[in-house]
Design a protein around this ligand. Sequence first.
Ligand SMILES: C[S@@+](CC[C@H](N)C(=O)[O-])C[C@H]1O[C@@H](n2cnc3c(N)ncnc32)[C@H](O)[C@@H]1O
Length: 307
Amino acid sequence: MKIHHTPVLLNETIDYLITNKSGIYFDATLGFGGHTEAFLNILNKDAVVAATDVDNNAFSFSKDKFIKDDRARLYNFNFSEIDIISKIESFGFFDGIFADLGVSSYQLDNPGSGFTYREEAKLDLRMDKSKVVSAADIINSFSEEDLADIFFQYGEERNSRRLAREICRKRNEAGIETTSQLTEIIKRVIPFKNQNKTLSRIFQSLRIYVNDELGVLKTFLDKSVGLLKKGGRIVVISYHSLEDRIVKETFKYEMLDCICPKEYPVCQCDKERRLNILTRKPVVPSPEEIAVNPRSRSAKLRAAERV
Ligand SMILES: C[S@@+](CC[C@H](N)C(=O)[O-])C[C@H]1O[C@@H](n2cnc3c(N)ncnc32)[C@H](O)[C@@H]1O
């Protein structure tokens, strides 16, 4: 299998994440192993990197790639199950937890994986193929209003209502099963110059919904904070404003040591401060990195430390 995926913000990730070269690390989004490989290269022989990916192709590829390195412990789990992986490995706590959210260049470029509207494929968009509901199920069965909400909420698409109306009209004539069927409907509604942006927003919104990407991110972040050693770091790269907002808000909430209403004279909550934010503003790729790897352009890295 030929893979072209350049790890994003690699040096910045390493600088924030690795504080102990003999530590225990977690890569929540293994992909084709770009970041994991770089971590293993600078870590000592007694370090461990547990890494997971829901995508079967990514998992199998990386399993072969790291087969000779027993410091790499690889899983085909959702990253929201980080606590289960930690238990299986009897780790206790991590020195560093890392996530590079979204999909890989391979998933986007490979017509067989069905993540791109540019190629004919089944309308699927499930990262984990054992999940029951695909994008086609949603497009063919959800109400017009629910479809419009998905397009607006997760794709910030202004024409969400018109698109949902047209999809519902067309699906009554024949089911919508492929990427090209959906693409054709969208192209009929949207003027030529805006078509690509709208297509990518609609496919992205369906992908986020099908994989419950925001829900699993919240669960993952919450569990991760509790699984970090004191002084351990969490580093997250996101590519979408909704994901970035969740990371930012979670880190801010975890900085608070009291959540009582202002009018309480004495604190009555049990809230404890669990994180210190290390990046007041998100770290973004340099113009040089964007020139070499244009897909890095929307990346935002945030890092925090367990107190
Ligand atoms: C941007 S790629 C990671 C690339 C990787 N850092 C590298 O350099 O090779 C994101 C990966 O995360 C995986 N992924 C997305 N959501 C996931 C989840 N909830 N649990 C586990 N893996 C997930 C995707 O399948 C994809 O392979």
